[in-house]
Ligand binder design. Sequence first.
Ligand code: BGC
Length: 542
Amino acid sequence: MANEWWRGCVIYQIYPRSFCDTNADGIGDLGGIISKLEHVASLGVDAIWISPFFMSPMKDFGYDVSDYYQVDPMFGSIEDFQELVKHAKNLGLKVLIDQVWGHTSDQHRWFKESRMSLDNSKADWYVWQDPKADGTPPNNWLSYFGGPAWTWDARREQYYLHHFLKEQPSLNIWCDEVREEIKKITSYWLDLGVDGFRLDASHAHLYDKQFRDNPPRKEGDPPPSDVPASNPMARQRRLHSMCVPENLDWIQEIREFVNKWPDRCLLGEAGGDDSEKIAASYVQTGKRFHLAYSFGLVGSEMSRNDITGAIASVEDVIDDGWICWSTNNHDFKRVVSRVNSHYGDPDNIARFAMALGLSLRGSFCMYQGEELGLKQAEVAFDDLVDPYDIMLYPEHVGRDGCRTPMPWLAHAPHAGFSTTTGKTWLPVYDEHVSHAVDRQEKNEKSVLNDYRRFIEWRKSCDALRIGDIELIDSPDTIAAYLRTYEDEAVLCIFNANENEESWEVPKEYEEFSFIEKISHNALVNNGKIKFEPYGYAFFTRK
Ligand code: BGC
């Protein structure tokens, strides 16, 4: 395991637009990331993952790439990126970058050529289909961002597939030339020194070659965790549009290719109807991705059953593969606001999610601002910019409110995020200012300092970092599991509930000792734990 740095690592996700702006245009940039890397390193994390900074018309804020080799001038230059990698390495941080291979921007030169005719050199690079006899799309597949996954192109007189916006046409990864091109892009960035990739929507890379309709979701089928019920996609079982079994061969092919560079890591994003099981299957056998993340926790309200259900689904499939958990990212409402709690201090929800995420079996990916316990920003309808939020408004708001700028300094304009005299791309949320980095630095008991302590403890504890996990029977409101590695064992118990609870530690763990300095809002007396809402207790056997 010596070089398997990714096993048990903590990754910090940076959303560049909102991290730090150094050229006063109201949008974060690579220079801003460089300037704040010390903050990231001070958390004790092992790696960063940077969301896309490539050339893009920004219809989906960079997840619509128009040139995979160029840095968008909005973020800086390739020299800035090289400087960033150098600086990160000096601080002991690995660098993962986002790769969006499932689709390009419709402004990519490949798509511009592909749509010109049925026989150009890129004709097969995207997924084109004739209409049905009645002129309607070839099947019932839906897009994540609403409506059919097909858009008509008048010149080719065909429909093209897009799982997201119509400006994000799906690449045809069944086509050998596309696979070769993906490998070229991969080599370019690996040769530049990146330590790996976060692979966007990797469950949607391949599709059913027969273009069969997806069946409707049956009553009683569990709801998917990657889309809210207000999204019509939640009414289908996505058996054919994505998550097809052949995807595993492609994952294996790309892993084999990346293995040529030592110590690199592939982190796949895995959604679909049963995202835990999909993610777990994407990391099995040692020949697929190193890590994959699912939506079970990041899309949930973190009830006891959400937690234990997600663990059980993953463990059921994973063998010795390795998952990556997260409770926040740039696509979901921040956990502090997602957990339906009316109980006092929201910082306690942040701590609860931290202790849970960092003690599960797997690696952990945290998202900028999570270390500050930021809640979801409320963004007025007129200020929304994300097409997905706008489509599902007001039933589901998620992405803009978790992407507002980082608050660095409580007393500076735009909370130190930008020196622009105009507007920032999304407004800084007023209620984040009290949680700014400089404020929390000064407070020993802040969420920020709790994160540092917890990560440090995790690093020193093999049972937490790389150990096995076993769920323990517990009441409806309490999640409990045991982490073990060789002789070391850690018992982790969470009150996933906004009421006070008490629970007797099961007899077999009697000799374990309570770790007071890591536990929170929990008291132990004669083997009985008294929890405050969202309290948690850790016990250890040495
Ligand atoms: C990314 C999203 C993006 C989508 C399309 C994802 O899952 O995380 O932010 O909109 O893929 O690329």
